[in-house]
Design a protein around this ligand. Structure first.
Ligand SMILES: [Ca+2]
Length: 351
C-alpha cells in the first residue's frame, strides 16, 4: 500500500530538476534570499532528499534480508502465547470513571481534561463516554505529532445515527472552512475518514473508508510518517479497510501549537453528537496489522503463534510484519534513520 515515491525523487536530482515541489520547497528554482546562501540551502535540500531515498532503500533492504533472523525468532516464540505488549503506547483511556476534572490515563501519562458535561454509559468494555456534540475531553501534552512522525490511534466508536459530518477526534487549529491545520478523524455519512492538513484542499491528505460503520466498531488509524496517503491505514474491527484517497498533496506541516488533541467536539463544527467512545489508545509508532488485531480484541496473534511451525502464508506474513515492526533491529535502525532524515527536511522547510 506504500507509495514508491523514492524512484520519483531519485530521478529528479537537484542537477536536473527545473522545479521540484516536494515537502514544501521547490528544488532548482530561484527562491528569495533570506540572508544565507540559496545555493547552500538547495544543496542541503538535495542532500536530504538523497538521504531519505537511501534510508528508504535501507529499510527495504533490511526487510528483505530478515528471513533467517525471522525464522530464528519464530523458533524462540513460546508455546501458549501471551498477547504482546504494544510498544510505544503513550496514553490509554478506558472511560470507566469520570469526575469534573477528567478521566485517568491508565499508562501513567497525562489524564484527559473534561470539557462540558460528557456522561458515562454502558460501553464496549465497562463504561464508555457519550458526547452531546459540544462536549468531550482534551488531552494536554499528548499526540503532538508532525507529518514526519509515525503514530497510531485506536478506539471503540459508536455513532447514534449517520450524519453528514461528525468530528470524533482532532488536533487542529480551526475547522475545515477556517484554515484548519492539523489532523482529524471524522465520520461522514457512516464512512470513517482521517486527514492530515496544512491547508486543504491544495496542501492536505485525506483517506476515507469505502465501508460504512454502525454499532460499536473498533477503529484504528496507523501512519508511517511519509506525508503520503499510502502511508495511512484505517482498520475497522481489526481488518484493513478499503480506502478511497480523497487528497494526497500534503507538502507542509500539520503542527498546531494552539490547541490540544480533543475528542467529541470542535467549535464551530459538528461534534460527535450522541456518539460514544471507549478504550482510546495513542501510540508513537505505526502499529503492524497483527498488533491492531490485538487492540481490537481478536485472537489472530494467538492462533498465528499456535500455528507454528506450519503457519498459513497469511499468518506467516502477519508474524513477519510484526517482527519487522517490533523486533528486527536492522529494520528498527533503518526506520529511525528515515525518520531523522524526513524530520530534518521538514525543519529545513520551515515547518
Ligand atoms: Ca471502558
Amino acid at each position: 500500500m506504500k507509495h514508491a515515491f523514492a524512484s520519483t525523487l531519485f530521478a529528479l536530482s537537484a542537477a536536473t530538476a527545473d522545479v521540484m515541489a516536494i515537502d514544501g520547497i521547490s528544488i532548482g528554482q530561484p527562491r528569495e534570499h533570506r540572508g544565507g546562501s540559496c545555493d547552500g540551502q538547495d544543496r542541503k535540500l538535495a542532500e536530504l532528499h538523497t538521504r531519505i531515498i537511501a534510508a528508504e532503500q535501507q529499510l527495504s533492504e533490511a526487510r528483505k534480508s530478515a528471513t533467517a533472523d525471522f525464522d530464528a525468532w519464530l523458533d524462540k516464540l513460546p508455546e501458549g502465547p501471551q498477547l504482546p505488549s504494544l510498544d510505544g503506547e503513550t496514553a490509554r483511556f478506558h472511560f470507566d470513571t469520570l469526575d469534573r476534572n477528567g478521566t485517568p490515563n491508565s499508562v501513567g501519562g497525562n489524564p484527559a481534561k473534561t470539557v462540558g458535561t460528557p456522561v458515562l454509559v454502558d460501553g464496549k468494555e465497562g463504561r464508555a463516554v457519550e458526547f452531546n456534540g459540544g462536549d468531550g475531553f482534551t488531552f494536554p501534552g499528548l499526540a503532538h505529532f508532525t507529518r514526519s512522525d509515525a503514530f497510531s490511534f485506536a478506539l471503540w466508536l459508536r455513532q447514534a445515527r449517520p450524519t453528514p459530518r461528525a468530528v470524533v477526534l482532532h488536533r487542529s487549529r480551526a475547522h475545515a472552512g477556517g484554515g484548519i491545520r492539523g489532523y482529524e478523524l471524522l465520520i461522514e455519512e457512516g464512512h470513517v475518514s482521517f486527514g492530515l492538513h496544512h491547508l486543504p484542499p491544495a496542501d492536505s491528505l485525506k483517506v476515507v473508508t469505502r465501508e460504512k460503520v454502525s454499532g460499536w466498531t473498533h477503529v484504528a488509524v496507523t501512519y508511517d510518517g511519509s506525508s503520503r496517503a499510502g502511508g495511512l491505514c484505517i482498520y475497522l474491527n481489526g481488518r484493513a479497510a478499503k480506502l478511497e484517497i480523497i487528497r494526497d498533496t500534503l507538502r507542509n506541516d500539520i503542527t498546531c501549537s494552539e490547541h490540544d488533541l480533543a475528542i467529541g467536539h470542535r467549535s464551530p463544527d459538528a461534534g460527535f453528537k450522541g456518539g460514544s467512545a471507549d478504550d482510546f489508545r495513542i501510540f508513537t509508532r505505526e502499529l503492524s496489522a497483527l498488533e491492531v488485531t490485538v487492540a481490537a480484541g481478536l485472537d489472530d496473534y494467538t492462533t498465528a503463534v499456535q500455528s507454528i511451525p506450519t503457519p498459513t502464508p497469511a499468518q506467516r506474513k502477519a508474524l513477519f510484519d510484526f517482527y519487522i515492526a517490533t523486533a528486527h533491529q536492522p529494520s528498527l535502525d533503518a526506520r529511525k534513520a528515515l525518520h531523522a532524515a524526513r524530520d530534518e527536511l521538514r525543519k529545513l522547510a520551515g515547518n
